[in-house]
Design a protein around this ligand. Structure first.
Ligand SMILES: NC(=O)c1ccc[n+]([C@@H]2O[C@H](COP(=O)([O-])OP(=O)(O)OC[C@H]3O[C@@H](n4cnc5c(N)ncnc54)[C@H](OP(=O)(O)O)[C@@H]3O)[C@@H](O)[C@H]2O)c1
Length: 351
């Protein structure tokens, strides 16, 4: 049986959830997947860093709170020392789950680059590195014989990138339309039920869907990053966020939403990517009032969905969670499964 050692960069909701899955399901996973997993390094702004090549006790690490640090433990330090850990850990897979920086992607881009340069594969749920430096990081991975996987950067654990990139191969995708932000979709649903935008946002915050500052969700910049990823990853475009015009939902009123519903339509914040006959790819983020027969019209609450328009298969739609710590940690696990498969096929080719 093969084996993977992981280093977790950032120990917040998502990487903690991955550690919980490994702690709680390690043996079942080994039986199901044919490889074992161990965490050998963790770094975090508050806890510091910990490297234990024989495997970290995840029960103990998960019991630590923001008041604790790794200082005093064998291999522990009160400072995060991310780059030292990424370069020197015995891990073969780095799981990057620090915060998303939509402006320059840092420090996550540097974390990913350091990992790939040292020949380690990377899984991340962080949109920043993928949207802002995806092509360069993919090249770096190839140059270093490593894998760069980021399924969770678009729809959390719902496998939208692998569905299109692997399972829909051979089809010509001409359009991708998505509800890619659960918070704004929830808010529009609440407005359809009669709430004002502000009250609906407050409700989303109370339920934990929206951040204290909901701007990225409401004004569409979160969707803009995901649209760039879909366009570049699935339609071979080279878009940046500047190429994607963006309008959020703050200009939509409850009156608009209720009037649309009375006419059988539903307002949704839609990210669109289109490829024309010449191969040119364009993208946008804007609220659209969808007729009831549109495949995305019935997607309600915080659920996400993407509809692919294809030549041979018509429209294929996938829906599922677009957020959640466990759901997003599953994306990391699915990436590790893909990394293992690449390594197995590479090893097979050498035999
Ligand atoms: N949660 C979701 O549903 C979801 C869904 C899709 C994608 N994502 C993405 O996945 C990533 C992780 O999300 P999350 O929910 O786990 O976020 P989170 O709970 O805020 O965790 C991020 C962790 O990384 C730490 N951190 C930040 N900068 C760091 C640095 N330079 N070095 C070391 N540690 C650092 C943070 O420490 P502090 O707390 O001290 O800042 C925090 O512990 C984000 O990029 C997010 O956008 C999340």
């Amino acid at each position: 049986m093969t084996h993977h050692d992981l280093a977790l960069i950032g120990f917040g909701g998502v990487n903690r959830a991955l550690a919980e899955i490994i702690r709680d399901r390690g043996e079942t996973l080994a039986d199901d997947l044919g490889f074992t997993l161990r965490v050998v390094a963790i770094t975090d702004l508050r806890l510091g860093s910990l490297m234990q090549s024989e495997g970290i006790d995840l029960h103990a690490a998960l019991a630590m709170t923001g008041a604790d640090t790794f200082a005093g433990l064998p291999g522990g330090d009160a400072e995060p020392r991310n780059h030292h850990v990424i370069r020197n850990t015995t891990a073969d897979v780095i799981s990057e789950a620090t915060f998303t920086n939509p402006i320059d992607g840092e420090p996550a881009i540097s974390h990913v680059r350091a990992a790939l340069e040292s020949g380690k594969s990377v899984t991340t749920t962080n949109k920043g590195p993928v949207a802002l430096a995806g092509a360069a990081l993919n090249r770096l991975a190839e140059e270093n014989g490593a894998s760069f996987e980021y399924e969770g950067s678009v729809m959390s654990g719902t496998p939208v990138l692998r569905l299109a990139g692997e399972t829909l191969k051979g089809l010509r995708i001409t359009r991708i339309q998505g509800i890619l932000n659960g918070t704004s979709n929830f808010v529009l649903g609440q407005m359809e039920a009669g709430k004002s935008l502000d009250d609906a946002v407050a409700e989303a915050q109370a339920l934990g869907y929206a951040e204290a500052d909901p701007t990225a969700d409401i004004e569409g910049s979160d969707v803009q990053l995901k649209v760039v990823i879909l366009a570049n990853e699935l339609l071979d475009a080279e878009l940046t966020t500047a190429d994607v015009p963006r309008t959020g939902i703050s200009g939509i009123t409850a009156t608009d939403v209720i009037a649309a519903a009375a006419a059988g339509e539903h307002w949704k914040l839609i990210g669109t990517v289109e490829r024309d006959e010449s191969g040119a790819v364009t993208a946008s983020v804007q609220p659209l009032s969808l007729s009831a027969d549109h495949p995305l019209a019935g997607i309600s609450g915080a659920t996400n969905a993407v509809a692919f328009t294809t030549d041979l298969l018509g429209t294929v739609t996938i829906s599922g969670p677009g957020a959640g710590r466990i759901e997003t940690a599953y994306a990391l696990l699915s990436d590790i499964i893909a990394i293992d498969a690449h390594q197995q096929s590479f090893a097979g080719a050498l035999r």
